[in-house]
Design a binder for this molecule. Sequence first.
Ligand code: TXA
Ligand code: MG
Length: 318
Amino acid sequence: MKNSYSNIFSFNKKILKKSIKNLNNGNIVGLPTETVYGLGGNAYSKKSILKIYKLKRRPKSNPLIVHYLNLKDASKDIVLNEKFKKLYKQFCPGPITFILKKKYGSKINPQASAKLKTVAIRFPNHRVVRSILKGINFPLAMPSANKSTNVSPVSAEDVFDEFKKKIQVIIDGGKCKVGIESTVIDLTNEPRILRPGIIDKNSIEKILKKKFKKNIINRKIISPGMMRKHYSPGIPVFINQKKHDGKSAFIYLGNKNMNKKKFFSLSKNLDLNEAASNLYKLFRKIKKQGYKKIQIGKIPNFGSGIAINDRIQRASKS
Ligand code: TXA
Ligand code: MG
C-alpha cells in the first residue's frame, strides 16, 4: 500500500530485508509491537545505543528495554530465576518486561542499561518485530518511539510525527492492540511492579501464588520511566473531572455523551483494556484538533484502570 510518507513502509519481504540490513549497520528502525511503537537498534552496539538516546533526547540515566525472540536467546545475557520462568511461561511473548540481573560476560552494551547491573528484557508479541528478531543475531534495544516526555506512538504516523525523516525506515504494522507500554516488573528481589500495564498485579500474583508489596513505596525514582514529567500530550491535563468546562476536550468512559462535541469516549462499553488502547490515540487526536486543555473523568482503579490512572496522573503533572 502506498502512503504519503516516504519513510513509512508496509511489511513485506523486501522491507524485512532492508530493516535487517539497517540494523546490522547500526541504524535505528521504527517498529510496531503489540504495546506501542518502538525505536529498535542493536543492543550489543554502542553506536546504535547512542543513536537511540540522541534521537529520543533521553537522559543517559534512563535504561532501555532489551527485546528477544525467546528464552533461549535471553539466557545468553541474563541470570534466569524461577519466578521469571513461571511468568515467562504464562505471559510471553506478551506485554510484560522483566528486570533481571545481567549475566557476567553479557554482550549488552552497558549504556543500554544505563550502566546498571540489572537489565530490562521483553519478548514482544507482534509478527513484524518477531520476524526481525528471527533475522538478526543480536537483541533489540527498543524504547517507545517518542521524544522523551511525550506520549508513546500507537501508529506508524505517530512515529513519523515524532521523528519526521530522522529515521529512514518506519514499518507500518497497524494500530497497536494494547496501546500502552508493557508492565514492568522487578524480579531481582521481592517482585515489584515499577510500571503498571494491562498485565496487572493480580494476574501476576496468581501465577506466583504470592501477594507482593505495593507498587512504589516511596517517591524515589526506581524506574526512570517513573519520572514525573512523562506521557505528556503537550497540553494541560486535568484528571478526576466531574463537570465539563465548556471549552476543553473531555475524555470519559461510557456512551452517555456520544453525540456531544468535545466529548471523547475511551470505551463505549466500559471495557478498561479498550480504554487503555485508545488513550494515547485520543491524546494525539485532541492535540491535533487544536484543543488547549484536556479534562478526564474518573477512571476506576482496577485491572487496566490502574495503568490508565498511572499514565493520566503523570500526564496531569507535566
Ligand atoms: O511496551 C514497551 O515496553 C515499549 C515497547 C517498544 O517494547 N517500550 C518501552 O520502553 O516502553 P521505554 O524505554 O519507553 O520504557 C522502558 C522503561 C523505563 O521506564 C525504564 O526506566 C525502565 O523500563 N527500565 C529499563 N531498564 C531498567 C532497569 N534496569 N531497572 C529499572 N527500570 C528499567
Ligand atoms: Mg517510553
